[in-house]
Ligand binder design. Structure first.
Ligand code: GCB
Length: 505
């Protein structure tokens, strides 16, 4: 007689954010249906950071062979969360290296006994290299954070009975909410359902006090209520793909998304190698596979602020963008640039120019009077060179909430407002011509590495990290609602609380 395991234990490499056991996988969000059950593994996990000198003690001592508590002390770690933000330990706050997560799971008896049941372990996201052991067996490896990966673990949790011949085909089905819309780009317009669309929105980060990047429903709903309050109709998932639940909300609320690949910091010549191209295209495949069914996603962004002025960047972006277009011919593709229009080698391959600029912030400090001229010149140069629609994909000013200074000085709430006002005047001169969007940097203050440029993180939010408005939020709110009422999509956020009313139906 063979006994089946009632308990499976799972040891993970780096940070795990969320996972689910499902009867069927297929990389898409594992929805429940009459043929599918889900078991969430969110909750408290055992955790250990490998502080050893070479940071490989865990592999040398094979911590994955036994329950983690048997190879040394463990901490309790909530999943999803960022381990750095949870404890009081300075070393862990700054730790980069292997960390180990483990959890014992009791499986429903049917999953382990009924051989027609397929058991799939799916990790929503683990940053940035993950190895997964199930019952001590190396089951799954994945490189690159933010995107899901999965493995069929049926053979690891089910008993091999001699009656295997009785296993027949299983029918599996589930339904997806559907939204139908077209997206197209002309020389000067971004069209949704054939109508010109103007992006008036934000850049975000998955970030909040204590939970760090960990997914959280109350935070997500609060953020969507703030987007509604603001009159925003779009955001960019800067600088990585966000949790799938975020895109589900965008579909429901009619928020348009520029979905970005986690390619930030491609700044050295060696980053534009064949190895990088191969990895980059693989990540784009994972991103498109995961998010292709979301009507909210209207454009792919393959990178943020690469050194696209380098000679080698031309071939590199040609390859990555061509590959992405082949994966999904229905959506435009871009990357976000901060290079000079005359030097950018990747721009010839994008459908929309997305350009970041920080006039009167990272240079010309305090010279707000220059912004309109600088912005106008920026737009004209890009347009006359490429004849493509342009989105101002980032602009903003660091602002410490409650700091006041008039006449405005940097870091005060007055300076952020005045800077935005100047940008808006510049944007309004080109809006309706070929500038098709503006995305403020940033929706909310967020945590960063420490540096002399950052006061407890990046403070360019129009909301604080706790989601309270700074003065600039009211300015932006007035502008966004005015634009919303002028354009043909006033209902985007305002009225569409469900898919039936969104612009995607
Ligand atoms: C940028 C980057 C973003 C930074 C921002 C800033 O250009 O894309 O990651 O956070 O500037 O505030 O410096």
């Amino acid at each position: 007689m063979v006994r089946w395991p009632a308990v499976a234990w799972v040891t993970l490499g780096p940070l795990l954010w969320g996972c689910a056991l499902a009867l069927q996988g297929g990389m898409l969000y594992p929805r429940e249906s009459p043929s599918r059950e889900r078991k969430s593994l969110d909750g408290l996990w055992s955790f250990r950071a490998d502080f050893s000198d070479n940071r490989r003690r865990g592999f040398e001592e094979q911590w994955y062979r036994r329950p983690l508590r048997e190879s040394g002390p463990t901490l309790d770690m909530p999943v999803p969360s960022s381990f750095n933000d949870i404890g009081q330990d300075w070393q862990l706050r700054h730790f980069v290296g292997w960390v180990w997560y483990e959890r014992e799971v009791t499986l429903p008896e049917r999953w382990t006994q009924d051989l027609r049941t397929r058991v799939v372990l799916r990790i929503g996201s683990a940053h940035s290299y993950a190895i997964v052991w199930v019952n001590g067996v190396n089951t799954l490896e994945h490189e690159g954070g933010y995107l899901p990966f999965e493995a069929d673990i049926s053979s690891l949790v089910q008993v091999r009975l001699t009656a295997q011949t009785s296993v027949g085909p299983v029918s599996d089905f589930y339904t997806l909410p559907v939204g139908i819309r077209t997206v197209a780009v002309t020389e000067s317009q971004f069209l949704i359902n054939g109508k010109p669309f103007y992006f008036h929105g934000v850049n975000k980060h998955e970030d909040a006090d204590i939970r760090g990047k960990g997914f959280d429903w109350p935070l997500l709903v609060k953020d969507f209520n703030l987007l509604l309050w603001l009159g925003a109709n779009a955001f960019r998932t800067s600088h990585y793909p966000y949790a799938e639940e975020v895109l589900q909300m965008c579909d429901r609320y009619g928020i348009v998304v520029i979905d970005e690949c986690p390619a930030v910091g491609l700044v050295l010549p060696q980053h534009f190698s064949n190895t990088s191209v191969n990895h980059h295209t693989r990540v784009m495949e994972e991103l498109v596979r995961r998010d292709k069914n979301h009507p909210a996603v209207v454009m792919w962004s393959v990178a943020n602020e690469p050194a696209s002025y380098l000679e080698s960047a031309g071939y590199y972006f040609k390859m990555v963008i061509t590959h992405t277009k082949a994966l999904d011919p229905s959506r435009p593709v871009t990357f976000v640039t901060n290079s000079n229009y005359a030097a950018d080698k990747g721009a010839p391959y994008v459908d929309v120019i997305c350009v970041n600029s920080y006039y009167s912030w990272y240079h010309d400090y305090g010279h707000l009077e220059l912004i309109q001229l600088q912005l106008g010149t920026q737009f004209e140069n890009w347009f006359k060179t490429y004849h493509k629609p342009i989105i101002q994909s980032e602009y903003g000013a660091e602002t410490i909430v409650g700091l006041h200074q008039d006449p405005p000085l940097m870091f005060s709430e007055e300076y952020q407002k005045a800077l935005l006002e100047q940008y808006h005047l510049g944007l309004d001169q080109k809006r309706g011509k070929y500038v098709v969007g503006e995305l403020i940097w940033n929706f909310a203050d967020f945590m960063t590495n420490q540096s002399p440029q950052r006061v407890l993180g990046n403070k360019k939010g129009i909301f604080t990290r706790q989601r309270q408005p700074k003065a600039a939020a009211f300015l932006l709110r007035e502008r966004y609602w005015k634009i919303a009422n002028e354009t043909r999509y006033p209902h985007s956020v305002a009225k569409s609380q469900c898919l039936e009313n969104s612009p995607f139906t």
